[in-house]
Ligand binder design. Sequence first.
Ligand code: OAD
Length: 251
Amino acid sequence: MPDPRLSEKISRLRAAIARASRLCVLTGAGASAESGVPVYRGNEGLYAAWSAADMATPEGFARDPEKVWAWYHDRRRQLAALKPNAGHLALAALQKDRLARLGPDSFRLVTQNVDGLHQAAGSTGVIEVHGSLWQIRCTGCAAVTDAPGPLDAVPHCPGCGAVCRPHIVWFGEMLPPEVWSAAVEAASACDVFISVGTSAVVQPVASLVHLAADAGALVAEINLEETPNSRWLDLSLLGKSGDILPALVDS
Ligand code: OAD
């Protein structure tokens, strides 16, 4: 259902962004949906069609690395062809403008997405809390290697020769501590926090909005539908991120 007060909420959020010294934006799969990237949950989501226990756990990888890599090779092929959407481009333009006028602490982008589309849109310093589809990690020496191009069926570490896995956080795993610290710092130190296109159910990332609110930030979300946070947030904007983010950024 269309949000009847959407344009008023966009004006309020735009004014809050203009006043903010520090802005933190958190994105989830919905921010990439209009580029053609499937979301995770819901009838059309990835988890409706494949087993997270097989494809997104260290145990699944240990059981059958070929099968897991075959799935990731497919996903890499599909996503390599996709382009950033208007929402990604709006966030990149907002960052560029704020950094030029207000300095490096004025904008932080935290993403749960592993698709690299924020960087493709021109965003820099993106805090990728769940890793990247375009990096691999050695199961022996833990070295992380950029791997944007074609890979062997099961890639091996260029340094020590051990099997590599996708550099993606799987179920039951901790987030890389330095990446998580950067996300916590960004959320705790901002005046405005905007959560975009995430179902806000996966921890610990779902706690970031609470950290921001507890620290006194104005907290807002942009989503096609209500989330567990919509009722208590300062502003819940219902609609597509590819429509709302450009409207927020256009002055
Ligand atoms: P989900 O699939 O859980 O949620 C996607 C959200 O995006 C839903 O709330 C949709 O309503 C919303 N949405 C869809 N299209 C949209 C659009 N065009 N504009 C705005 N909102 C839209 O995805 P995430 O919340 O990102 O973890 O999932 C979190 C984590 O769960 C993922 O990072 C992944 C998964 O397990 C890992 O891979 C480690």
